[in-house]
Design a protein around this ligand. Sequence first.
Ligand SMILES: Cc1ncc(COP(=O)(O)O)c(C=O)c1O
Length: 394
Amino acid sequence: MTITPLMPVYPRCGFRPVRGEGAWLISEDGRRALDFASGIAVNILGHGHPHLTKAIQDQAATLMHVSNLYGSPQGEKFAQRLVDTTFADTVFFTNSGAEAVECAIKTARAYHQSQGSERFEIITFKNAFHGRTMATISASNQEKMHKGFAPLLDGFKYVEFDDLEGAKAAIGPQTAGFLVEPIQGEGGVRPASDAFMKGLRDLADEHDLMLILDEVQCGVARTGALYAYELYGIKPDIMASAKGIGGGFPLGACLATEKAARGMVAGTHGSTYGGNPLAMAAGNAVWDIVANDEFLEHVGDIGGKLRSAIEQFIGNYPNLFTGIRGHGLMLGITMTDETRAFVAHLRDNHGLLTVAAGDNTLRVLPPLNIDESHISTFIEKLSAGAADYQGTDS
Ligand SMILES: Cc1ncc(COP(=O)(O)O)c(C=O)c1O
């Protein structure tokens, strides 16, 4: 037998973390790496954050799991906090981002079908990433994710990202809504334009469509706003959140307005684990820390400093880097060439963790509670990595 016990769907690297301390990961063989990947935008409070850790420990010892058939004081508390701090009136808790997007798609279809309309089609955008379930791969045009899994689910139409005219032209009698990442993450940290997001909102209003945002990666304070839709001055009807919302505990949420959720009545959707007391303890602990102006200002401020430091640095390496984009602490450095090899070089030779994304983009996704000393260390490591990657041509 040659198959590994862990199903070999990931090309895993030789860095094997066994412990985390703040913004640092320590591997099995004792190497320390500065974690500017955060488990791909998950560990927003870094590793081993005392408030989050204690909340999980206390809840685990008190009550870990009960069925969603019972009343949930823990879930009600966190849902109320999400309702109080966002556009939403109601929340369904999931265990992952893909499940949150699944729930969002079902909510949009149910909105129309609960009033006798047959509308089911969702317009999505090229190079999007919405997860790995059948519905969420079907929602993306990326063929590499489809290969081997045909037939896809019916009901998705792909349009060029940031192309408002294309989105408008794609609306037909079966259209139920739009599904869009305000900032494409896997697609290369590509923020949608203001005009595009506002235009989608207007089109949705005009045609009675659901505007569904996938904020799984860009949400939960990552951009310096609690959710990225605030940066655009619009509100969605439905939104998927995950990753940072549990700070490392598997947790997602589908948020919706009362109007959008009118088809989601008793018996229409469910999850064994979604929103169990342990997950809610994690979510509430994250919210204690991030859902206030001081924390959000910190992210905006430190994000600005990190961006300026990167801008200054990349000017020294025009053969390697072409620019920077993103908001807050969701930054992408665009490269002239394939990014994966450089990410591996930084990891293996300089103890720096970043993530490759589409469009030759080096994603920089640090924990949100970093300080200026982390920025200095990051730039030192990045400089050393760039210098010995291509020789010193600066
Ligand atoms: C924008 C976006 N949506 C959905 C997902 C899927 O989340 P999960 O891997 O938790 O299912 C991801 C994960 O990278 C994502 O970035």
